[in-house]
Design a protein around this ligand. Sequence first.
Ligand SMILES: Cc1cc2nc3c(=O)[nH]c(=O)nc-3n(C[C@H](O)[C@H](O)[C@H](O)COP(=O)(O)OP(=O)(O)OC[C@H]3O[C@@H](n4cnc5c(N)ncnc54)[C@H](O)[C@@H]3O)c2cc1C
Length: 478
Amino acid sequence: MATRRAWLARVAAVGGAGAALTLLAAMRPVTAAGPRPSLPPLAGQRVLVLGAGIAGLVAALELHRAGASITVLEADRRIGGRSLTIREGFSPGQYFNAGPARIPQHHAAILGYAREFAVPMQVLVNDNRSAPLPGTSLGEARANLQGVVAELALKALGAGLLEQPITPAELERLAGMLRGFGALDAAGRWRGSARAGWQQAPGMAPGTPRPPLPLAVLLRPGIGQAVNFAEGINYAATMLAPAGGMDMIARALAAALPAGAIRLGAAVAGLDPTASLVRLADGRVLGADHIICALPPRLAARLDGWSAPRRAALAAVPQENAAKFGLEAPRFWEAQGLYGGIAWLPGRMSQQLWYPSERFHSPRGVLVGAYIWDDALATRFGALSPAQRRAAVLADAAPLHPELAGLAGADTSVVWSDMPWAGAAWAEWTDAARAALMPELLRPEGRVRLAGDWLSSIPGWQEGAVASAWQAVGALGG
Ligand SMILES: Cc1cc2nc3c(=O)[nH]c(=O)nc-3n(C[C@H](O)[C@H](O)[C@H](O)COP(=O)(O)OP(=O)(O)OC[C@H]3O[C@@H](n4cnc5c(N)ncnc54)[C@H](O)[C@@H]3O)c2cc1C
């Protein structure tokens, strides 16, 4: 087997040691979070951390490791914040990640904690070419798009339309790459390929590949978005997820804190940034040397005691709604060749249906019947009663899976704007809003520093929550 080391040795032999070093640097995971902060000893320092989401837990852990005495105040009766896994209501062993469900392999900061605490991870199939699309499948649509584009590009090459300088040998290699990219025939035409799937599957007799899709099918609304989805750096075909539920990472972080450090049901109502005091909703007042406020911005804005500019900046952070619907059923989809991945539902309120990536061939599984990331659609969904939500999801899935309605078991749904301790799904920044608000939000106010994924360059990702926590505690140490 060619190991990474053997491969690098080959690179070094060809290009010299310098080439191998450059390559190593390029292969190192690039994390938005930067290096884990190294804090000076903080023994004797008391820090109050507001919120036990990923940002609050990571901040508390790193401060605890530096010797600070930490107390985490969490309004909810559970830790994890938006990293919410629901098990109640489903059969034993089944779960539904109502918030985060997947981690890109380059999110090294959050994965670093999962590795450190030996949280078992599994592959999450994010992009499954077998997944159905209206009138086609993801694999068929992708093969056809590549075929059409490669044929066009080859014609353009032949017509001398490439503007960059190129040698005849390179031109030949580029033409070869395009033929391979599009699975073109010897004449450079897209005439269909087994990449697109079989019309007649091979067995004892040879198979027949599916013919090219009519452009009218390939160009149906939403198909381009589905086909290009996994090209996004954060949406690779295979991603990672903790086995047993996303909240396993938050649980591991919490378990590494001293017993009693986290106070659940402790809703913060106000603070005095200069005196470094926090007032709980029940009237109690707690003091510390520093405060890390790791609450979502809209909820943080409601606390008493901020300066007017700080409150205004917090309230102005643009945020959006999202919703998810979990539905338990027998795994009939696996008998249809669907092992994980996402079925896109263009034009439907449910937007996406996810097949479970864990425990293949076990009797039952929890589908994400709807992942609604569009703000307006999620709000429309949120206005429905639980029974109406179920009916809407089943109606949206019916063209793909008519049998689902008869097999569907327990369900649950979360609309993030309606979650009292979240208030929204995530921040959706514009460049203008960032430029206007970040200087205020990143500056300490008295003894309070803010943290949360929304302050990072990757809001809506746990990696961003870690990045922000590291920045907040790093600044406190410096
Ligand atoms: C639908 C959805 C899908 C997502 N998908 C992914 C994904 O696939 N992968 C990924 O990595 N990320 C994903 N995310 C983003 C991820 O959930 C967040 O980036 C991360 O969980 C944010 O952590 P946080 O600590 O910054 O904030 P939060 O998790 O919001 O934590 C804030 C904490 O403050 C508490 N709190 C609020 N008000 C008070 C108060 N007054 N007093 C005390 N405590 C209070 C809350 O209860 C909460 O525990 C998704 C989020 C959503 C909603």
